[in-house]
Design a protein around this ligand. Structure first.
Ligand SMILES: Cc1cc2nc3c(=O)[nH]c(=O)nc-3n(C[C@H](O)[C@H](O)[C@H](O)COP(=O)(O)O)c2cc1C
Length: 398
């Protein structure tokens, strides 16, 4: 396999094996409509040579909206016309675009959505702190429908497919994890596989029913997490076997949950920026509370994992050995040589990147010109923390 050869993903040929991974944009109004910056961003990325783009997560239902201001929505018919010119422009550069569909479940705040927070169970997230309400069985069925409708809107808006966000601790991931899912209904943990796949299987079925087999259906999962009762490799194997049975079109392998968000990204910990912009850690109540928050944050840092090149590759390799479905590896790809090596050795099918594209939207052109090019991203993570600020996502180092 070669980084710059065309490759099949679902019913499509991507012109190369480099994908832009889901990256929150912060470029929508409060109703979830994309602003002009959103269109400019995707036009820039597509013209920069990337084979495929996965958008930042879009909410499929208002109570499942993120706490970060400026998230796009794909929860109603009205949204279709806003995205049509964007997908059209991306296609002019021979680039495919997939919308990432998400429901935050317990990983949001009522202060942002104005609605109650719901989860797979009433267990609270250490990071988001408030107790969510447990979704009833009937509500889960309704959310399956909403995922299907969102995919239908995305298709009508010209997207080539969707990526179901089943990673990073969001709602579908909450159902998968025995640490969170303690349900007694049909959406609980499956005794044999020790994971809760029923909700995800119904979402996949509903999207296929509404959009057909030619509409690409990708899924993003986390290889493991940082909970005390960690997601084991046996459970990860069960998850990949389940997705293999479901015949999804591509699986992207990431890591973790928002409870230890920095382990999803890895790299520097910009504490000052956290204390200034993060709605959970910032304070107007003086030095005492600021010190308290700094201490809590420092304690959370004990669990931090170091940034290592290609840091999720081990999970991606396990997945690749279990299925013929294209595997996309995300996390820590920076050097052209690393990307080429992974593909030439057949370790994965696609490489996806997030932070490097924030500072260099034309990274792929640079890699094409110089196979040993190294991305300029230094993993300062200010882009990640600033998602909470209400400002559009950008690189703060360049
Ligand atoms: C600013 C920022 C926004 C992100 N937004 C999303 C998102 O909307 N959906 C998602 O699945 N992952 C999101 N991620 C995680 C990335 O997709 C990716 O998994 C992670 O950053 C590791 O890849 P990298 O080393 O190439 O940055 C985001 C990461 C950052 C830094």
């Amino acid at each position: 396999m070669n980084l710059f050869e065309s490759a099949t993903l679902g019913a499509y040929q991507l012109k190369n094996r480099i994908i832009r991974s889901g990256t929150f944009e912060g470029m929508a109004d409060y109703q979830g409509h994309p602003l002009p910056e959103y269109r400019q961003l995707y036009s820039k990325l597509a013209s920069g040579g990337v084979g495929g783009i996965i958008t930042g997560f879009a909410y499929i239902s208002p109570e499942g909206k993120a706490m970060q201001p400026g998230q796009v929505g794909i929860d109603r018919q009205e949204m279709v016309e806003y995205f049509l010119p964007i997908t059209d422009e991306v296609h002019q550069f021979d680039c495919k675009i997939f919308m990432q569909l998400a429901h935050t479940g317990r990983q949001t705040r009522k202060q942002e959505t104005g609605l109650d927070v719901w989860g797979a169970s009433n267990k609270k997230s250490l990071y988001f702190r408030g107790f969510p309400r447990e979704l009833s069985t009937r509500q889960v069925y309704l959310l399956v429908k909403r995922f299907g409708e969102a995919a239908e809107y995305a298709k009508a808006a010209g997207f080539d497919g969707v990526q179901i966000h089943a990673a990073h601790g969001y709602l579908i991931h909450q159902f998968l994890l025995p640490t969170i899912n303690n349900r007694n209904d049909e959406f609980g943990i499956d005794a044999q596989s020790s994971i809760g796949t029923k909700f995800l299987s119904m979402v996949i079925e509903e999207i296929r029913k509404k959009c057909g087999d030619d509409f690409a259906l990708l899924v993003k999962v986390s290889g493991s997490d940082d909970f005390f009762t960690r997601f084991t490799s046996a459970q990860f194997v069960s998850l990949i076997q389940f997705l293999d049975d479901q015949k999804v079109d591509g699986i992207e392998i990431s890591y973790g949950t928002m409870d230890n968000a920095l382990n999803i990204f890895r790299g520097a910990v910009p504490l000052k920026v956290v204390l200034k912009y993060n709605p959970i850690f910032k304070t107007n109540h003086g030095i005492g509370e600021m010190l308290h928050n700094a201490l809590v944050y420092s304690l959370m840092r004990i669990k931090l994992k170091p940034f290592l090149p290609t840091y999720n590759l081990e999970y991606a390799k396990i997945a690749k050995a279990l299925t013929g479905i294209p595997i996309i590896s995300v996390g820590g790809f920076r050097k052209g040589a690393e990307m080429r090596g992974c593909l030439e050795n057949g370790l994965v099918d696609f490489i996806s990147l997030c932070r490097p594209f924030i500072c260099e939207p034309n990274l792929v052109q640079k890699l094409e010109q110089d196979g040993n090019y190294s991305a300029k991203c230094v993993n300062c993570n200010i882009c990640a923390i600033m998602c909470d600020s209400g400002q559009p996502t950008r690189c703060y180092k360049r």
